[in-house]
Design a protein around this ligand. Structure first.
Ligand code: UD1
Length: 420
């Protein structure tokens, strides 16, 4: 069993490069299924979730090759439209392959998707979008089968701006004849990145980043090359790492415009964040202050994925903060770990109440991906030694969190515990 060994309580000083965005690369890899030819995806991070996506593509008959940060997918000849249960169960984003398969093959089948245990995570909005475009949906027990003799473009209105449902609607709409208008679309930067890739394949997609996306589908797409944007949640992680431990850090390649609500919160807490030619620079020389009330929401509001990271940083500061989570039901599972590190924290319903307090070392387990990263950040501020287990969650979203934090000046190592 692997764990992070952290000696905390010392300020950081260093530089780190932000890798490509997991949540962009996943829908982009699903979109490679739309082309009867080769797609080249640069800046594709080496993460276990990305490997799952590549395994799905291979199972469907694609030729997949990785050379460093570049992934090449040749989807000229597909051999099926069924995603194996085991791959579907590994991550929720496997559901994105359904929209692309429907557009390319007119059929797709899979079981319900897995992923982080963040509470109820239905896919009704995805399914309604497919049905609106003309797909038939059959469910048998845990399995789902989608078929469409012909998809036809039309106006879709999402009741909630779901990121995944917006992406799936864009992917399926590429195979639908005529114009699809996706209203109340999610506006996250990852949606804009997916549009960029689809445009590189010759798709006529506009409006990503606004509430209404237009896709003129049904045209054959051509091979294309694209570079995935830097990961904004990894950016938020390293900003919060410096906020947690104090000191100074440079995040090479980070996009300040993608993390404005995070930098605003950190500035309110007493950090200085500056856009510099290489990316972003953050400095924290005094103690962190509580920031009152904060609420997560769909982009451009404060991202739910960064909520545990900010809470971890503020836990070791001073003053009060109340964080209300509006996107997922069970997103405070890391609070127990923070408490084990000495935090004064209380979750009540959708709100987490924090009173900044000095942290001490302890042994904690990552409850999910961002919750695990959050506990690691808290350990950077905690006096003494900490041990973080459950690294399989963290490795889903960070290429090597410990190496990047070490580059920022943290005392952290990945160790292996021999269990006899
Ligand atoms: C994506 C991100 C995830 C992030 C989330 C919100 C990826 C791979 N993952 O997840 O990291 O935390 O956006 O920014 O990009 N919902 C429904 N029915 C649906 C779909 C969603 O009720 O069919 C609900 C969900 O349960 C949740 C909310 O809508 O409460 C937001 O989900 P959504 O935006 O779809 O998130 P994901 O695409 O799953």
């Amino acid at each position: 069993m692997e764990y992070f060994a952290v000696t905390g309580g010392r300020p950081l000083a260093g530089e780190v490069r932000v890798h490509g965005a997991k949540n962009s690369a996943l829908p982009i890899l699903a979109a490679t299924l739309l082309v009867r030819g080769e797609s080249v995806v640069h800046n594709c991070p080496a993460l276990t979730d990305i490997q799952t996506a590549l395994d799905i593509l291979s199972c469907l008959g694609c030729q997949v090759r990785r050379t460093g940060e570049t992934v090449t997918v040749d989807a000229a000849h597909l051999t099926g439209a069924a995603i194996p249960d085991e791959l579907m169960g590994r991550m929720r984003a496997s559901v994105l392959f359904l929209g692309a398969l429907l557009a390319r093959q007119g059929e797709a089948s899979a079981c319900w998707p897995g992923g982080c245990a963040l509470g109820r995570r239905p896919i009704d909005l995805h399914i309604r979008a497919f049905q609106a475009l003309g797909a038939q949906v059959e469910t048998r027990g845990e399995h789902l089968r989608l078929t469409a003799a012909r998809l036809a473009g039309r106006r879709l209105s999402l009741p909630f701006p779901s990121v995944g449902a917006t992406e799936n609607a864009m992917l399926a709409a590429c195979g639908a004849a005529g114009l699809t208008r996706i209203c109340n679309a999610a506006r996250e930067p990852e949606i804009v990145d997916l549009q960029g890739f689809l445009q590189a394949l010759g798709a006529r997609v506009t409006g990503a980043g606004t509430e209404e996306i237009h896709v003129s589908g049904g045209l054959p797409l051509h091979p294309g090359t694209y570079r995935v944007m830097p990961d904004r949640i990894v950016t938020a992680t390293y900003l919060c790492a410096v906020a947690s431990a104090g000191g100074q850090g440079v995040l090479q390649g980070a996009r300040g415009d993608h993390v404005e609500p995070v930098t605003a919160a950190l500035s309110a807490a007493g950090c200085r964040v500056r856009c510099i030619p290489e990316g972003l620079q953050i400095t924290r020389d005094g103690s962190l202050r509580g920031i009152g009330a904060l609420q997560t929401g769909p982009y451009p509001a404060f991202p739910t994925d960064a909520q545990p990271l900010l809470a971890a940083a503020l836990a070791g500061g001073t003053g009060e903060t109340a964080i209300t989570e509006t996107i997922f039901d069970h997103r405070f599972r890391y609070a127990q770990g923070l408490e084990a590190l000495g935090a004064q924290v209380r979750a009540a319903g959708e709100t987490l109440y924090l009173t900044g307090h000095p942290l001490h070392g302890g042994s904690v387990e990552a409850p999910d991906l961002r919750g695990g990263a959050a506990l690691t950040l808290a350990a950077l501020a905690a006096e003494g030694e900490s041990r973080i287990t459950g690294l399989r969650h963290i490795d889903r979203g960070y290429e090597a969190l410990e190496q990047d934090l070490a580059a920022l000046g943290a005392d952290i190592r990945r160790e292996t515990l021999c269990v006899l």
